[in-house]
Write a protein that binds this ligand. Structure first.
Ligand code: DHE
Length: 547
C-alpha cells in the first residue's frame, strides 16, 4: 500500500517536471538546526518527524534525492493538489528558507529526542493551586457561553463572551495552539499547542487565565479530559490526557494541576501488515460519557486504543484494529459510536465504545476531514453523522442508528455536492436547535472557495446558501479584512455561528458571527488583537460534545 502511495506521488511529481538524479547538498550545523526547526513547524504534522509519511507522503532520501532540488523547491513554493500548502505563494516561507528546506530534505532525517516524566516536570508550573481557586465564578458573565478562539501565530488564545460578544481575556498559551477542549464540568478550558504545551484555563477567575501549564511532548495535536460521572466514580475535572505526535505517546495528567502522571508509548505494529512503526502518533481523542474511558487513535498503526483511566497504575486498554491513517473524528448522536477518518484510505471507521469493537468502514469521498463531524436526526434516515472532505467537493452523511433505522446504519445515506470543484473542507458543524449544517473550505486551491461558507438544510440535504464571507464584510465597510474562512462553531443556544477569518500574522482580521436562521452577518468582532484566529470553541457544546 505504502509503495503504491509513493509511486502515485512520484507520478504526480513527474508531471511537475521532475529532474531525476541529484547529489546531496552540504549544510552547516547552523543551517541544519534552522532547517530542522522549519521542518518541524511546517511539515512534520503531515509527513512525520522521521519523514516516513502519513497524511502527506514519505520524504525520506530515497524519495527526495531522485527528485532534485528544483522540483522540491517548486512543490514547497506552489503546493500540490490534495492538501500540500503553497508555503511560498502564501508568503509563509521565504525563498531562502525554501531552498534550505529543500536541501534538508535530501539528508537523512535527524533522530528527534525522547522525553521522560522528569523532563516534563521541569516544564510543569502551577500558577494558582486548586485550593486557592474560587469556589464560584468571580464575574457576572454567562461563562457556559464563552467562546475560546485560537490566535495561532501569536501564541495566544482569546476568551470572548458569547452573549455580549465582548473580549473577556487574552491568555498567553505558547506556540501555535491547536485545539481547546473543556473539562467535564466545563469550568476549565484546556489547550494543546503544536509544541506539546498544555494549558489549564480557569473560566471562574475574575479574568479567566491559566492556572497551570506543562509541556509533555515536542509535537502534539490533541488533548481531552475525564468526563465520566457515574456509579464507578466521579471523574469530572480529575484527569486530562495529551496525545503526542513526538515522542509517539499519550500522557495522563492530573486534571486540576496538569502534573504528568504516566506516559504510554504508542509505537505499534500496523493493524494489517504487522510492520513495526516507531512513529505511530496519537491523532484524535474523545472522552466517553458513559464509562471512565478515553478513545485514543493511533494514526500510523491504524489502531484505536480504548483506555480505562480508573486506575492509571494498572492501566486497562483495549486495542481495536481499524485502518490507516487515522486522523480526526467525533461521537455519533448517542455518544456510543466513535466515527473517525482514515483519510488516506478515503474511509470513515466506526468503533463501538461499549463493546470496544470495530463496527464498520464506509467509503465517503477523497480524504474525509470531519473535525468532530455533524450529528442530527433526519426524517427518513434517523440519526446521521456527516463529514466534509479535503480532496472532493462533497459532504457525506452516514446512518448511525443500528436499532431503529438498521437499514441505513453504517451506510452512506447522502452525498451532498458543494458548488465548484475540488475539496478543501476542514470543518462542518451543527446544533440540535438548528435546521442547518455549516461547512467551510479553507484548504481549497481556489482563493474564492477558501473564503466561502455553505449552509446545508438538514431535511432536504441540499446546499441552500453559499456565503462569500469576505464580499459580505466588504459590503459592511470592512475593506481591509481578508483571509480564509475556517471552523464554524455554534453558540450554546444554537442561534449563532461563529467563524474565523484566518489571515496573516502582520494584519488583524476578524471573527464573524452569523445569525443561523437568516444566514446574515450579525456581528463582526475585530481589533488589533484579532491575529490569525483559527479554531473557535464554545464551552457548553465542547463540554457536552454537541456537534
Ligand atoms: Fe488540526 C483537529 C491534526 C492542521 C485546526 N487536527 C485536529 C485533530 C488532529 C489534527 C489529529 C483531532 C484532535 C482531536 O479531536 O483530539 N491538524 C492536524 C495535523 O496533523 C495537521 C494536518 C497538520 C499540522 O501540521 O498540524 C493539522 N489543524 C491544522 C491546521 O492547519 C488548522 C486549520 C489550524 C491550526 O491549528 O494550525 C487546524 N485541527 C484544527 C482544529 C481542530 C483540529 C480547529 C479541532 C476541530 C474541532 O472542531 O474539534
Amino acid at each position: 500500500m505504502v509503495k503504491g502511495k509513493l509511486l502515485g506521488f512520484g507520478a504526480l511529481l513527474l508531471s511537475f517536471g521532475v529532474a531525476l538524479g541529484a547529489s546531496v547538498p552540504k549544510l552547516t550545523p547552523q543551517e541544519m538546526k534552522r532547517a530542522t526547526q522549519i521542518y518541524f513547524d511546517r511539515c512534520a504534522g503531515c509527513h512525520g518527524m522521521l519523514r516516513k509519511g502519513a497524511t502527506g507522503p514519505a520524504l525520506t532520501p530515497d524519495v527526495t534525492r531522485p527528485l532534485g532540488l528544483k522540483t522540491i523547491e517548486n512543490i514547497i513554493t506552489n503546493g500540490l493538489p490534495g492538501g500540500m500548502p503553497d508555503w511560498g505563494r502564501q508568503g509563509i516561507l521565504s525563498r531562502k528558507d525554501i531552498k534550505l528546506l529543500a536541501k534538508f530534505l535530501m539528508h537523512e532525517p535527524p533522530q528527534p529526542p525522547l522525553m521522560t516524566l522528569s523532563d516534563m516536570k521541569k516544564w510543569w508550573k502551577v500558577y494558582i493551586p486548586p485550593d486557592e481557586r474560587p469556589t464560584k465564578p468571580q464575574h457576572k458573565h454567562n461563562w457556559k457561553n464563552f467562546m475560546g478562539v485560537i490566535l495561532r501565530d501569536v501564541g495566544k488564545v482569546a476568551i470572548i463572551d458569547g452573549d455580549t460578544k465582548k473580549l473577556v481575556s487574552i491568555v498567553d498559551t505558547g506556540f501555535a495552539v491547536h485545539i481547546f477542549r473543556s473539562s467535564g464540568t466545563g469550568r476549565y478550558f484546556l489547550t494543546i499547542g503544536r509544541d506539546g504545551k498544555a494549558t489549564l484555563i480557569d473560566l471562574w477567575l475574575k479574568k479567566p487565565d491559566k492556572v497551570a501549564e506543562v509541556k509533555v511532548c515536542y509535537d502534539a495535536r490533541s488533548i481531552d479530559t475525564s468526563k465520566y460521572r457515574g456509579p464507578k466514580g466521579d471523574y469530572m475535572d480529575k484527569l486530562a490526557v495529551v496525545g503526542c505526535y513526538w515522542p509517539p505517546s499519550f500522557v495522563i495528567l492530573d486534571g486540576q494541576t496538569l502534573e504528568p502522571i504516566k506516559i504510554v508509548d504508542t509505537s505499534h505494529y500496523t493493524w494489517d501488515t504487522n510492520d513495526y512503526v516507531e512513529e505511530a502518533r496519537v491523532a484524535s481523542i474523545v472522552a466517553s460519557h458513559h464509562d471512565p474511558e478515553w478513545i485514543i487513535t493511533d494514526k500510523e498503526a491504524g489502531k484505536v486504543m480504548v483506555v480505562n483511566y480508573e486506575d492509571p497504575t494498572n492501566l486497562r486498554m483495549h486495542l481495536v484494529d481499524a485502518e490507516r491513517f487515522l486522523h480526526d473524528g467525533g461521537w455519533d448522536l448517542s455518544k456510543r459510536y466513535f466515527l473517525v477518518a482514515a483519510n488516506m484510505r478515503n474511509k470513515i471507521i466506526v468503533i463501538d465504545s461499549v463493546k470496544k469493537k470495530f463496527v464498520a468502514e464506509i467509503e465517503t469521498g477523497v480524504k474525509p476531514h470531519p473535525g468532530r463531524g455533524a450529528n442530527f436526526v433526519h426524517p427518513r434516515f434517523g440519526p446521521v453523522w456527516c463529514t466534509g472532505h479535503l480532496g472532493s467537493n462533497n459532504v457525506a452523511c452516514i446512518g448511525t442508528d443500528p436499532v431503529n433505522h438498521s437499514r441505513y446504519a453504517w451506510k452512506l445515506v447522502a452525498n451532498i455536492e458543494l458548488p465548484g470543484s475540488g475539496g478543501g473542507t476542514l470543518f462542518i458543524k451543527t446544533h440540535p436547535k438548528s435546521t442547518h449544517i455549516w461547512v467551510d473550505r479553507p484548504l481549497s486551491a481556489d482563493p474564492k472557495l477558501q473564503r466561502q461558507l455553505y449552509v446545508i438544510d438538514k431535511d432536504s440535504l441540499r446546499v441552500i446558501k453559499t456565503i462569500n464571507v469576505i464580499d459580505e464584510l466588504r459590503k459592511k465597510g470592512y475593506r481591509n479584512i481578508d483571509g480564509r474562512i475556517v471552523h464554524p462553531e455554534f453558540d450554546m443556544y444554537g442561534k449563532e455561528v461563529w467563524v474565523s477569518v484566518w489571515g496573516r500574522k502582520d494584519k488583524p482580521t476578524a471573527i464573524v458571527v452569523f445569525d443561523d436562521r437568516t444566514m446574515k452577518i450579525k456581528k463582526v468582532i475585530t481589533g488589533d488583537w484579532v491575529r490569525t484566529p483559527t479554531g473557535i470553541f464554545n464551552v457548553y457544546t465542547t463540554t457536552n460534545d454537541i456537534y
